[in-house]
Write a protein that binds this ligand. Structure first.
Ligand SMILES: [Zn+2]
Length: 869
């Protein structure tokens, strides 16, 4: 019975007195001890970046978040993974850079401003403050002194400076282009930002085509380097590299020119199948191709005009969609196949885009599936030029083969033929070899307000003029009227727009487009190495010291967009002499999604079928509206499905350490994770067990007692060190790492040799190994053991090979009951293992040579007797 008791809010210990005796009883109170340590670590400066030049560096980085104001479970998983790595590397003797910042420009702030009347600036910084507080609750070992926000002038000043680097290198230019126009967000989008269905990555709106004068970055100049250097990225998932390679889309083939009957001009095409050129029976121009009006005959003019009009409103993606019928019409014009001399019709069709390749394609229906279908529908000739048994009557033959109907090339293989045709075309002056890429230049203009202003001034006499470096940053004006309609909101601010030309002093106008926010995130990892520098973008020494990022962690959704752009930026800045490396991310981990229990009504269609889990009685899941039975599945947590689990809910209930342990234990980091409350409880129980182990020890330690089981415990310690160290190397198998921690805690529970120094060692090692995973509880227990320095400042232990060895016993070997010698075998060998060891021994081999074994008698732990004929 308690006579009096006080709960110490810091440690959760209950101090009290029973019958005059003082006792200390411990209770694991996650909330109070986590808050306490987070505060202490800040005071101790534990998470500051260390600058010991003699230590090797390690740069651990999570993809920085957009400050939406709310941290979700996906964020938590991402940052916890990086945090474990950062903490581990510190303990392994590295100086670690582990920063955090905000990808803070973008449309949501502007939309919120329109909805709620809060200026984008204010909305963004409120969200940042809120999310920062949530992040700090996670116990992440982040160096907050390097925090940055891309919307802050001290950051975007350098974004503008970098833009000018691109401009000076001839890598930023303006051109009139048919662009992807998002009618909801009222802005253009880069190709990477439009999905396979032709919808905006952000608003989901069906993208339209519009002709506008836009800024581009010349990423195509780097197509080959971006493709080739994928081979260097040995620490990247294959799937991400493949996605980038496909996006860059290199194809090797021929550039050929077809004369036009009655005109000087020629129609240029690119083909990867020059071996089929004798099978060309028509040419197709993009409707927007400048030759279209020239080749169109007077009698076809009306029809052609109507056709062009009709498809002008369609997006590119729609036009090239695989599952859509291809539409085309004759222009009345005729071209000549320069190889065969044949006269062939010229068409225009929706599936040919002017921006791709040459804006014209050759039609080879016999050997191309799309062309075959198109030719059949439009009554165009089909000529077989690659021999096949089936011929090309009912479908195209698209494989390689032997050339036929191809004059002097007949009998050649497709492969030989490709080279021969290119050589012939080159000799005759109507073609050459060419490499083409699918990748196109990066459209970076946005007609929106909340972005980085493009530092260019347009002068009627001088043209586009750079804003002088001393005038950077071009500040984003405040107090702006946002309507979400019409041209860029900046264009309406006359005071801001009108300026004198830095060259001639005459009247000029500022560029009113802002930059794609993906530019802001294409270099933030460089700025973290020198985040507070107000003199230059970053110091060369610092950036070259810390970069490349050793471990980057983020979502697979950035496989192309952000990761490709960042690689491009790094390569350009390397070529400009600003960096000494040309790839930004050494290793990349793309963490899986966090999935929640998701209830749906199979009787309903569309969005309505998802029933938020808060409205569902888990014991009897029925639709609250209709009473129909619900089904359950796991799906990525999202607002629309109402299946999310709020991080703060879990943290309030179990503490951050438990949440971290669950996330790390439930699935390997790159796999999807199913949120399961019972498994969260399991981790909570485990941490409570560790807690008890330490307090039980503290109460029993002073009394001399049992020391047996030391050797087994020693082995368990070193097995854990070995296994966990290996699990955290390379692929970061945190889940098996947590299993090993559990095994060690079981071994300690079984050991009972409290008096032995090995027991204490076991507890200390357990806490050190646990520290990167569950930083708060391990720190608390470490201090309870009387340690003065932080557990996070301890050196990661190394395992002792000798301690891993099992105990050995002496096994007697007998032949026909007569002892012939003995061998050493592991103490815990099974009967079968003992027999096998005896058989393999030199003694047995010697005495049994040439004899047939009739029977083997094994007396476990003692002897093996061979009975022979
Ligand atoms: Zn001028």
């Amino acid at each position: 019975m308690l006579s009096s008791a006080i709960i110490d809010s810091g440690s959760g210990k209950i101090k009290g007195e029973v019958g005059g005796e003082t006792f200390v009883e411990a209770q694991y109170n996650a909330a109070s001890l986590e808050a306490k340590w987070q505060q202490k670590w800040i005071e101790q400066g534990l998470d500051k970046t260390q600058e010991h030049p003699q230590k090797p560096k390690f740069y651990a980085l999570s993809m920085f978040p957009y400050p939406s104001g709310n941290l979700h479970m996906g964020h938590v998983r991402n940052y916890v993974i990086t945090d474990v790595i950062a903490r581990l590397k510190r303990m392994q003797g590295y100086r670690v850079l582990h920063p955090m910042g905000w990808d803070a420009f973008g449309l949501p702030a502007e939309n919120a401003a329109m909805d709620k009347g809060v200026p984008p600036n204010q909305w963004t910084y409120q969200n940042i403050a809120q999310m920062k507080q949530q992040l700090q609750q996670l116990g992440l070992s982040l160096d907050w002194e390097r925090e940055l926000a891309t919307c802050s002038p001290d950051y975007y000043q350098w974004t503008q400076w970098l833009f000018l680097q691109f401009y000076q290198a001839g890598l930023a230019y303006q051109k009139e282009a048919a662009v992807n126009w998002d009618p909801i967000d009222q802005t253009v989008l880069a190709n990477e930002q439009v999905d396979n269905e032709g919808r905006s990555w952000r608003s989901g709106a069906k993208v339209e085509r519009k002709l506008l004068r836009q800024w581009f970055l010349k990423i195509t100049d780097y197509a080959e380097a971006l493709l080739n250097d994928l081979d260097k990225l040995t620490g990247w998932p294959e799937r991400v590299k493949l996605m980038q390679a496909n996006w860059i889309g290199k194809s090797v083939g021929a550039y050929l020119e077809f004369p036009i009957l009655g005109l000087e001009e020629k129609i240029a095409v690119f083909t990867t199948r020059p071996d089929t050129v004798y099978g060309v029976t028509y040419l197709v121009l993009a409707p927007e191709h400048p030759l279209t009006p020239l080749v169109t005959t007077p009698e076809r003019q009306e029809v052609v005009k109507a056709f062009i009009q009709e498809i002008s409103g369609q997006s590119e993606i729609e036009r090239v969609a695989e599952d859509r019928p291809k539409r085309g019409i004759l222009t009345g014009g005729t071209a000549i196949n320069p190889f065969s001399g044949a006269e062939i019709p010229i068409l225009i069709a929706d599936y040919v885009l002017y921006e791709y390749g040459t804006g014209a394609v050759m039609g080879v229906p016999a050997h191309d599936t799309r062309d075959f279908k198109f030719a059949k529908e439009n009554n165009l000739a089909i000529i077989e030029v690659i021999g096949s048994e089936a011929g090309c009557v009912s479908q195209a033959y698209t494989e390689a083969g032997i050339m036929v109907n191809s004059q002097q090339f007949n009998g050649m293989s497709s492969l030989e033929g490709k080279t021969a045709i290119i050589n012939y075309a080159e000799a005759q002056g109507f073609g050459k070899a060419r490499i083409q890429y699918r990748l196109r230049d990066w459209l970076i203009s946005r007609q929106r307000y909340w972005g980085c202003p493009i530092p260019i001034i347009h002068c009627p006499s001088c043209g586009a003029v750079e804003v002088p470096e001393k005038d950077l940053p071009v500040l984003l004006p405040e107090n702006i009227d946002l309507t979400g309609r019409g041209p860029s909101p900046l264009a309406k601010l006359e005071d801001w727009v009108n300026i004198s030309c830095p060259h001639c002093g005459g009247g000029a106008k500022r560029e009113t487009d802002t930059m794609d926010t993906f530019i802001d995130s294409s270099w933030y990892f460089l700025r973290f190495t020198d985040a507070k520098n107000d003199q230059e973008v970053f110091s060369a020494d610092k950036v070259n010291d810390w970069m490349p990022v050793d471990q980057y962690v983020g979502g697979i959704e950035h496989a192309i967009l952000h990761l490709l752009y960042s690689r491009f930026f790094t390569k350009v800045l390397c070529d400009r002499g600003l960096l000494k490396f040309n790839e930004p991310f050494q290793r990349l981990l793309t963490q899986g999604m966090v999935q929640g229990k998701t209830y749906f009504n199979p009787q309903k269609e569309g969005k309505d079928k998802w029933i938020p889990s808060t409205l569902v009685d888990k014991a009897n899941p029925i639709d609250p509206q209709t009473g129909e039975a619900l089904e359950m599945c796991y799906a990525t947590m999202s607002k629309s499905k109402g299946n999310g689990v709020a991080p703060e809910e879990v943290i309030d209930k179990y503490g951050v350490d438990t949440a971290r342990m669950f996330i790390l234990f439930k699935a390997p980091p790159e796999k999807d994770l199913e949120w399961e409350e019972s498994d969260v409880e399991g981790q909570s129980r485990f941490l409570n067990r560790v807690w008890r182990l330490v307090f039980d020890y503290l109460q029993k330690a002073p009394t001399p007692g049992e020391t047996s089981g030391e050797k087994n415990l020693k082995r368990a310690i070193h097995t854990a060190i070995k296994e966990i160290s290996e699990d955290l190397e390379g692929d970061y198998q945190f889940n098996t790492g947590v299993s090993e921690l559990m095994k060690l805690s079981n071994a300690i529970t079984e050991a009972k040799c409290y008096y032995s120094p090995v027991y204490r060692e076991a507890l200390e090692v357990l806490l050190i190994l646990l520290a990167p995973f569950a930083p708060h509880i391990s720190e608390q227990l470490w201090q309870e053991l009387g340690q003065k320095t932080s557990v996070h400042c301890q050196t990661w232990p190394k395992f002792d090979e000798n301690a891993l060895k099992l105990d050995e016993i002496t096994l007697v070997i007998q032949i026909m009951g007569k002892t012939r010698g003995n061998i050493s075998v592991p103490a815990n060998s099974s009967k079968e293992e003992l027999e096998e060891s005896a058989r393999q021994s030199e003694i047995a081999q010697r005495y049994l040579e040439g004899k047939t074994i009739k029977k083997i008698i094994v007396v476990p732990g003692k002897l093996v007797n061979f009975v022979v004929e």
